[in-house]
Design a protein around this ligand. Structure first.
Ligand code: ADP
Ligand code: MG
Length: 140
């Protein structure tokens, strides 16, 4: 399996509770490197575009409201099999279903305020990274 890059967000529930270091320690301990990172406040337009695949879902409006409710940390993680490894470290979307030791099991507040985003495929990782980072902001 080759070295991959994936897109990660530490969501507003994580920044509000000062958990960015604790969460990133999980990624780094398990072999992912943070090769780009910034703290931003997403605009409504940015959040709507980012989650446009979910536009028809009943939770979409709430989700956009949540993602714009406070600062987030957007970042690029790099490593062997990074897309799948990141999803494994994150745990299931609903913290009630997440495995022990995962970020969402340990830190998520709810199915919506679930602390982290991670790309679900290498194709989407490339699209999502480009929504927030210029090529020269990623330093491997
Ligand atoms: P994941 O983040 O695990 O890839 P999805 O892509 O299905 O999950 O959903 C995107 C985000 O939308 C979730 O991380 C969560 O914040 C929110 N979400 C998903 N399902 C629900 C739901 N049933 N109710 C409220 N929010 C949800
Ligand atoms: Mg998803």
């Amino acid at each position: 399996m080759a070295i991959q890059r994936t897109f990660s967000i530490l969501k507003p529930d994580a920044t509000r509770r000062n958990l960015t270091g604790a969460i990133n320690a999980k990624f780094e301990t398990k072999g992912l490197r943070i090769v780009a990172q910034k703290r931003v406040r997403m605009s409504q337009a940015q959040a709507e575009a980012f989650y446009s695949v979910h536009a028809a879902r009943p939770f979409f409006k709430d989700l956009v409201g949540f993602m714009t409710s406070g600062p987030v940390v957007v970042q690029v993680l790099e490593g062997e099999n990074a897309v799948a490894l990141n999803r494994e470290i994150m745990g299931a979307t609903n913290p009630a279903n997440a495995d022990a030791g995962t970020i969402r099991k340990e830190f998520a507040e709810s199915i919506e305020a679930n602390s982290v985003h991670g790309s679900d495929s290498p194709e989407n990782a490339a699209i999502e990274i480009a929504q927030f980072f210029a090529g020269n902001e990623i330093v491997g």
